[in-house]
Design a protein around this ligand. Structure first.
Ligand code: SAH
Length: 464
């Protein structure tokens, strides 16, 4: 079919405050439209012999006023909009004809032909509203697009729009028109907008004032947890910041598939540490973060898992805080959570473990493990050991020595959540040998506790 080159509809946003909007119909279809209309301050009237439960309640609450009668064209007088939402197609069309004759805009739900307007799919970030229409051609496509935009736009975008709206007059008074746009661009690209999105309005105001004073945009650091490996496990916020940074400092454990999601133009700096093969010492990393942010850059410090779980994220931002540099911290799914879920080993379970402890198996310079063995070697809890692969024989020995049975369940999850994930289920006595036999080399997490036995039932991913 030839597409007309003319738009079939013109997009507008109508002010409905105090205006009469008539909905004909009292069932679910009408209720769906009324839920949206109730977000405005229109006067909503519903013509229907009977109302469904939801609309009866809305009428009781004064959200709508109920006209318990058959439709009659005189009910249209003084209406701005009409929606025909009964289950009677002929009635809907006669509502449309009567409205048209009076020059009143009318929509028949799911029937574009007699409608003079259609209602779009909406992404609601009030006061920011995004309306999507496909000219009635492909509503399902419109909905798909809406879902995409929903995931791209932080929930707090409305707050950002509101923040800017409330300060427009101030900016207008302070700057000539030619400079305003640049100021807002700088605000949106810098720590100000991020501060609004994370709820720190005072910091955002301070940043706006700095820009009004003519200072250059400041840099900031995003300390972001990238999760255990599967890119699908990134948070929306992590992804958004990854896509707006100017430079990224990343660790050894991060898979390429995650790095590929970082903004293409961003400079990449590898600071990864693999045991005994330190690339940049921790204090050099800290200093580098400060230096780059001082240059006005948006610096992404991307870390595996969660930055505050054995990630030294705390140390890095202590340094930033001391240097007065803006930063935010984005949690990630830590290896324990990712490995547990993907291996089918719940970390707690009413019949097995009432507590879960995360410990590091990283040995100190003198080769010892400084752990409270008495507290760890207990039934009724799960012990998750990070960085425990190299000290595994010692770990298992100590747990047995301090009271756990030699046949106590224990597992190693290697490269958890990645396509290469391997899970080795054994006992404290046999796990070290099993790990050697399986030639486990990748990043691995040790899980000790009777929850490990649940894997037999709960495994869902690697069914080998
Ligand atoms: N901040 C990270 C942990 C960093 S310490 C987090 O929250 O997950 C590094 C250790 O984490 C590794 O030695 C290993 O024990 C564990 N680890 C990280 N990713 C892992 C993965 N995908 N599978 C198994 N263990 C992992």
């Amino acid at each position: 079919m030839e597409q007309s080159s003319k738009w079939p509809y013109f997009p507008v946003f109508l002010r409905l405050r105090g205006r009469r909007v008539l909905v004909v119909g009292g069932g679910e279809v009408a209720a769906r439209k009324l839920r949206l209309l109730a977000k405005t301050d229109a006067r909503l009237e519903v013509v229907a012999r009977e109302l469904n439960e939801e609309l009866t309640q809305a009428s009781r609450d004064g959200v709508i006023s109920h006209v318990a009668a058959d439709f009659d064209a005189t009910q249209l007088d003084g209406c701005l909009l009409v929606i025909a939402a009964t289950d009677d197609a002929a009635l809907n069309r006669s509502v449309a004809a009567a409205a048209d004759a009076r020059g009143i805009a009318v929509n028949v739900v799911d029937d574009p032909l007699p409608s003079s307007f259609v209602t779009p799919s909406i992404v609601d970030r009030h006061p920011l509203l995004i309306a999507i229409a496909t000219g009635g051609q492909a509503p399902v496509l419109g909905r798909r697009l809406r879902e995409k935009i929903e995931t791209m736009l932080p929930a707090a975008y409305g707050r950002l729009a509101g923040f800017m709206g409330a300060r427009r007059a101030r900016v207008q008074a302070a700057l000539p028109q030619a400079d305003r746009r640049g100021l807002w661009e700088n605000f949106l690209d810098g720590p100000g907008a991020e501060a609004v999105l994370s709820g720190a309005e005072a910091a955002a105001d301070a940043e706006l004032q700095r820009l009004l004073d003519g200072d250059a945009r400041r840099g900031e650091v995003y300390l972001v947890g990238a999760g255990p490996g599967d890119p699908d496990l990134l948070t929306f916020r992590a992804l958004r910041l990854m896509q707006q940074c100017d430079v990224v400092l990343y660790d050894a454990l991060l898979p390429q598939a995650i790095l590929d999601l970082v903004r293409r133009d961003a400079e990449r700096i590898y600071v990864g540490k693999r045991r005994a093969r330190h690339t940049l010492a921790q204090d050099q990393i800290n200093a580098e973060l400060v230096r780059l942010a001082r240059e006005g850059k948006r610096v992404l410090r991307l870390k595996g898992g969660d930055p505050f779980v054995f990630g030294r994220g705390g140390e890095e931002i202590q340094e930033l805080a001391a240097a007065g540099i803006a930063f935010q911290v984005v949690p990630g799914i830590t290896a324990a959570n990712g490995c547990a879920a993907y291996a089918g080993i719940p970390l707690t379970h009413r019949d097995h473990a009432q507590a879960c402890v995360f410990v590091t198996g990283h040995q100190r310079a003198d080769g010892t493990l400084a752990l409270h063995w008495d507290a760890l070697a207990r039934p009724g809890q799960t012990v998750v050991i990070y960085m425990g692969l190299n000290t595994l024989p010692n770990l298992c020995d100590q747990l047995i020595t301090h009271g756990l049975p030699a046949d106590w369940p224990a597992a190693v999850v290697e490269q958890g959540t990645s396509p290469e994930q391997r899970v080795i289920v054994s006992t404290l006595r046999d796990l070290p040998a099993a790990v050697i036999a399986a030639d486990v080399k990748g990043p691995s997490l040790v899980i000790v506790g009777s929850v490990v036995t649940l894997r037999e039932q709960l495994r869902w991913r690697d069914r080998v």
